[in-house]
Write a protein that binds this ligand. Structure first.
Ligand code: NCD
Ligand code: ZN
Ligand code: ZN
Length: 349
């Protein structure tokens, strides 16, 4: 058995649904899935059932996490453009500000005209993360040119979106971007076959878009799972919500890409560890590490620790199964089992 040792991975984009929608996921199952996928730090999004737009809601979220987490976790704050007085109160306890500019899960889309006011109001230097698809690129560009605050474009999914980020970088704007494994490994045709289980925002794109992104991986700053669990019942309903889980499949898919020569191991470590740590100011602990068994295995729904219990990659053969995880020197996961006690993870900011 060949073992690869990696630093603890960091996922800057997860939806752990706690509080409010813990039938989909909770802080224990979500951070358990993180460890099973080699992630020792996750940054949680604010589009909860009651969006995290006030200090009271942030406090309630942190209190819930405090009792349950088995990995480290940080929280992005939310805004609809009407809660600027909260920003100073939370700035020391969050990892960034998330703004939704397109329709997605959570009815949490801003009025595009308010983006500039949000940029002016956000204090300090922590990143603003945008769900900004191609149709809003111009507004993002103008806003960032006028108020050049550090901006991360979540889940770029197409040639057009990545080209926009590349051009903004050329102009010297402080912008980064992330890509999800589902946008790298699934086409819109796969999405048709998967039905609701391949239904997420942004939508899956063409092979041409995917080829463009693989050919420009240097322009992609980091890989984010956009772990967005929904139950099978919800997915099978007449109005399936957007989103797919990803914490447990991101590393094996990316290690399989390394084995196939599509990415180097150095790029994998940079995009799943070094760059996320630098961008979000996360302290790196040498005693936090992951041991991965590099044999081939099949992704199976029944082996997943996420509460939703399914993956769009069910049945896919990959290399790289997380065997052991050490968090700050303590063995917290081994051979499919979480060893850490609920509440033993750290809350970061
Ligand atoms: C996410 C969710 O379910 O919260 N869904 C998705 O399709 N990606 C929200 C988001 O990241 O846009
Ligand atoms: Zn999004
Ligand atoms: Zn998301």
């Amino acid at each position: 058995m060949s073992i690869l040792t990696l630093p603890g991975l960091i996922d800057v984009h997860v939806h752990l649904r706690d509080p409010g929608q813990t039938h989909k996921e909770d802080f224990y199952t979500g951070t358990s899935a993180a460890l099973a996928g080699g992630f020792t730090t996750v940054l949680d999004m604010p589009n909860n059932a009651e969006p995290i737009t006030t200090v009271e809601r942030l406090d309630a979220k942190i209190a819930s996490a405090h009792k349950q987490i088995v990995s480290d976790i940080g929280f992005h704050f939310g805004t609809l453009g009407d809660n600027f007085a909260e920003f100073e109160k939370v700035i020391d306890r969050v990892t960034g500000l998330k703004v939704y500019m397109n329709v997605t899960t959570g009815n949490f889309k801003i009025d595009a005209d308010s983006l500039i006011e949000i940029y002016k109001a956000w204090p300090g230097s922590k990143p603003i993360l945008l769900h900004a698809e191609d149709d809003v690129s111009d507004i993002v560009f103008k806003t960032l040119a006028a108020v050049p605050k550090q901006t991360h474009i979540c889940h770029v999914s197409s040639e057009a979106e990545l080209t926009f980020v590349m051009k903004a970088k050329e102009k010297g704007l402080p912008i980064t971007c992330g890509i999800t494994p589902h946008h790298l490994f699934l086409t819109s045709e796969d999405g048709d076959k998967l039905g609701a289980y391949g239904h997420m925002k942004p939508f899956l794109k063409s092979q041409k878009d995917i080829d463009f992104i693989w050919a420009h991986m240097d322009a992609v700053d980091l890989i984010e799972s956009d772990h967005a669990p929904h139950t099978r019942e919800e997915k099978d309903s007449d109005t399936p919500p957007f989103g797919v889980p990803g914490l447990e499949t991101t590393l094996p898919l990316m290690l399989t890409a390394v084995a196939e020569g599509k990415l180097t191991q150095a790029q994998l470590i940079e995009k799943l560890h070094t760059t996320p740590a630098r961008l979000f100011g996360i302290a790196v602990d040498e005693a936090t590490k992951v041991e991965v068994d590099m044999s081939e295995y099949e992704i199976k729904n029944k082996d997943l620790l996420t509460k939703c219990g399914w993956s769009p990659f069910n049945g896919r053969k990959v290399v790289g199964k997380v065997k052991t995880v050490y968090l700050h020197g303590t063995k917290v996961f081994e051979n499919g089992k979480v060893l850490a006690l609920p509440g033993s993870g750290k809350i970061i900011s």
